[in-house]
Design a protein around this ligand. Structure first.
Ligand SMILES: [Zn+2]
Length: 242
């Protein structure tokens, strides 16, 4: 079996948990989904996992389940390493009137985490990795950026409204039997067999929602030709400047 990660040609010699083991209470580990992974793409020891879990707990009003996992997994780490982890989380935090705190989020780490989770879900549904012609980006519904244009807020609302229902039959890409919806649930919209772009709606702890957009770059024949024609015959700056 090959690795679940898009574009990886290595064999899946280890098991990757989706979502990571650390997101589940200790007594509920029998509810994990796994996909085959190479050593490189197995995030088992990734510090991103703990970071993402902690940020979810701080940015989403914590449900009982996420609070339970937070106290069990993340709480003890806050004091480790000379409080380095606590400082990382609190970096650039802004105190708001009324006692609330606004945390700045490293979206690069979130993107890595949700990209891997997305690839895992696709592999689980299809038994193979996401084809190379797809690019992936994520919308984080629980994060608010006051500097963001109003369009972003509108986009999030539209996505939420549109994808809050179950997929229509024609848009039912496939299903993953997420076994513990108190921790993680997922819906997948798209034409089966990679016939279209794909949208995945993840929900963690019932409160933290992320929409992953998997956009299929159209394989226009002339694009291939243009690529071959330029191959080895790159126009130089002099010629272009002519
Ligand atoms: Zn791999």
């Amino acid at each position: 079996m090959s690795c679940y990660y898009q574009g990886c040609a290595q064999g899946g010699t280890t098991k990757e948990h989706i979502p990571p083991k650390s997101f589940f209470p200790r007594d509920q580990r029998n509810q994990l989904l796994t996909v085959p992974s190479c050593g490189l793409h197995n995030n088992a020891k990734s510090s991103d996992d703990t970071y993402v879990l902690a940020q979810i707990c701080m940015n989403a009003s914590p449900s009982n389940k996420s609070r339970e996992v937070f106290m069990e997994r993340v709480g003890p780490q806050l004091g480790y390493n000379g409080e380095a982890f606590r400082k990382t989380l609190a970096a650039d935090a802004v105190a708001l009137p009324g006692g609330a705190v606004c945390y700045k989020v490293d979206t690069g780490r979130f993107d890595r985490f949700f990209t891997a989770l997305t690839y895992g879900i696709i592999y689980k549904v299809c038994g193979k990795a996401l084809p190379a012609e797809y690019s992936t980006w994520h919308v984080y519904h629980n994060f608010q950026d006051d500097a963001a244009p109003a369009e972003e807020t509108i986009l999030k609302q539209m996505l939420s409204d549109f994808y809050s229902s179950e997929p229509m039959t024609i848009m039912d890409f496939g299903r993953v039997n997420a076994l513990n919806s108190a921790v993680y649930s997922v819906k997948i919209f798209g034409v089966p067999d990679f016939g279209s772009s794909i949208t995945i709606v993840h929900e963690l702890f019932g409160v933290f929602r992320v929409t992953s957009m998997l956009t299929r770059r159209m394989g226009l024949p002339h694009d291939d030709l243009a690529f071959s024609a330029n191959n080895g015959v790159q126009p130089t700056a002099e010629k272009r400047g002519g």
